[in-house]
Design a protein around this ligand. Structure first.
Ligand code: PGA
Length: 252
């Protein structure tokens, strides 16, 4: 399988203010030309997507969003934001099915799939998150859970999407799976995608996410089948996120 263009995505979650958008320019100043062989992405909170897209002009950092309403059309839905609005504001990618949405908002695989389809309809590339909890892993259900999420959260048809493997227990802490465990789950995801999409599955980038930081990024990027990372906490400051990006072999 030919190497895919790596994607290193920052998920700001519900952090940051307008003043923090200066980190985007700071990031490009730090990585600049070294990052041209990679896709670099920042997903700020929805109210800042348009200003982030403005701040990214002049560099090649792309902007994404973190969630959308599953209803693609404009509708009477107070408080909701659809994918077309996020695209109009300057987003190019859209995270869907993050474990915080699955657990705190009860999002099912079916809902995540509809959100991914809404992203496609708006011309966005969905980053579909999957991953097991500690309890599921302990019960020996990792393969069952992750392959089900991959099968049922991905759109049957449509353009390119990205999968992010994020073991729930590794998010927001300092523990990550071993490199062998990451390789194993990424291979399982690739196999599940092949079962669903045939040869097209080889075009899907599979990111690792969960406690990626400047210290462990190089080791994670060297794992076979890892096409980049989805980074939470360490993406908030340009210095840390740049160090992660520059740890990728494609950035040298
Ligand atoms: P973390 O978050 O890098 O802070 O662990 C990753 C994520 O939840 O996307």
């Amino acid at each position: 399988m030919a190497a895919l263009r790596p994607l290193i995505a920052g998920n700001w979650k519900m952090y940051g203010r307008r003043a923090d958008l200066a980190e985007i320019d700071g990031l490009w100043k730090r990585v600049g030309a070294s990052a041209r062989a990679l896709d670099v992405l920042i997903c700020p909170p929805a109210p800042y997507v348009a200003a982030a897209a403005e701040a990214a002009k002049g560099g090649e950092v792309q902007i994404g969003a973190q969630d959308c309403c599953a209803v693609a059309e404009d509708a009477a839905r107070t408080g909701d934001v659809n994918a077309a609005m996020l695209a109009d504001a300057g987003a190019r990618y859209l995270i869907v099915g993050h474990s915080e949405r699955r657990s705190l908002h009860g999002e099912s695989d079916g809902l995540v799939r509809r959100k991914a389809e809404a992203a496609f309809a708006a011309g966005l590339i969905p980053i579909i998150c999957v991953g097991e909890t500690q309890a599921e892993r302990n019960a020996g259900k990792l393969a069952e859970i992750v392959s089900r999420q991959v099968r049922e959260s991905t759109p049957a048809e449509g353009g390119p999407f990205v999968i992010a493997y994020e073991p729930v227990w590794a998010i927001g802490g300092s523990t990550t799976p071993t490199m062998a465990e990451i390789a194993e789950v990424h291979a399982l995801i690739r196999e599940t995608l092949s079962g669903n999409f045939g040869a097209r599955a080889n075009e899907t980038r599979i990111l690792y996410g969960g406690s990626v930081n400047p210290k462990n990024a190089g080791e994670i990027f060297a794992v076979g089948g890892v096409d980049g990372a989805l980074v939470g906490r360490a993406s908030l400051k340009a210095a840390d996120f740049a160090a992660i990006i520059l740890a990728h072999p494609a950035a040298r």
